[in-house]
Design a protein around this ligand. Structure first.
Ligand code: BTN
Length: 238
């Protein structure tokens, strides 16, 4: 079920609050807003409130038999990628960037924010359908760069269905096939990246795929491959 709101602070914050209040929010239910007054991005950033863009959140209930919950970032990224790729005339211009950004022509098209409350993980997704924010520090783009922007409600329906499919695959076949598919949907191996792990110096290196847990592998200039479990990643040209 998709619940549409005209305006809210943040759909992620709303779902987290419902979980905290003990309200039962089952998997497959979405909250989608026309406007978000305090939309949240990763790393404490603000998420742009663009009329007509997709801004929505859903819940995944962690089960003991699930692959590691951190790998949901990849699952959600693949769901967004598959939804968008089916709609565009230039599928080769789309690329996932670790952990879960979707790029179009190398600029940010969509972002995902995972937040946990007990056994519930709130998966918040923002996709620039018709409007890209003006940001000082990174290039952004909207799907309307490729043609008419898709209808927001149709987009929501397709994304909800695709995330269900990906969750089912993740639970049935485990993480390794998701990792292989994620790597195929990502920018090319060898792409130069700038990585900011929390509390550490910025690293420059080349994308060397993901390890078995879904962590980023970065080939440093001296040839060492460093495994990155958390951090902010940008294309070096950004
Ligand atoms: C990022 O920084 O790339 C993640 C952005 C996530 C934005 C979405 S919009 C819907 C949901 N509600 C929020 O407040 N944030 C997420």
């Amino acid at each position: 079920m998709i619940e549409y709101l005209a305006e809210t602070g943040s759909t992620n914050a709303d779902l987290l609050e419902r979980v905290r209040q003990g309200e039962r929010v089952s998997e497959g239910n979405w909250l989608v807003a026309d406007r978000q007054l305090t939309g949240k991005g990763r790393q404490g950033r603000t998420w742009f409130d663009g009329a007509g863009n997709f801004m929505g959140s859903t819940i995944v209930e962690v089960r003991a038999s699930d692959p590691p919950p951190a790998s949901l970032a990849l699952v959600a990224g693949l769901a967004v990628y598959e939804t968008v790729v089916a709609m565009v005339s230039e599928p080769g211009a789309l690329a996932l960037k670790w952990p879960n950004d979707l790029l179009l022509r190398g600029a940010k098209l969509a972002g995902i924010l995972l937040e946990r409350e007990g056994d519930a993980i709130v998966v918040g997704i923002g996709v620039n359908l018709g409007k890209a924010p003006d940001l000082p520090d990174r290039e952004t783009i909207a799907l309307s760069a490729l043609g008419p922007a898709p209808d927001r409600n149709q987009f929501a329906t397709s994304l909800a269905r695709q995330l269900d499919t990906e969750l089912e695959r993740w639970r049935t076949f485990g993480l390794p096939p998701m990792i292989r598919r994620w790597e195929l949907a990502a920018h090319a191996l060898g792409t130069e990246l700038r990585v900011q792990p929390p509390g550490e110096d910025v690293l420059l290196g080349a994308f060397a795929g993901l390890d078995d847990s879904g962590a980023l592998q970065l080939r440093l200039p001296d040839g060492e491959v460093k495994v990155i479990h958390a951090g902010d990643v940008m294309l070096a040209r950004e």
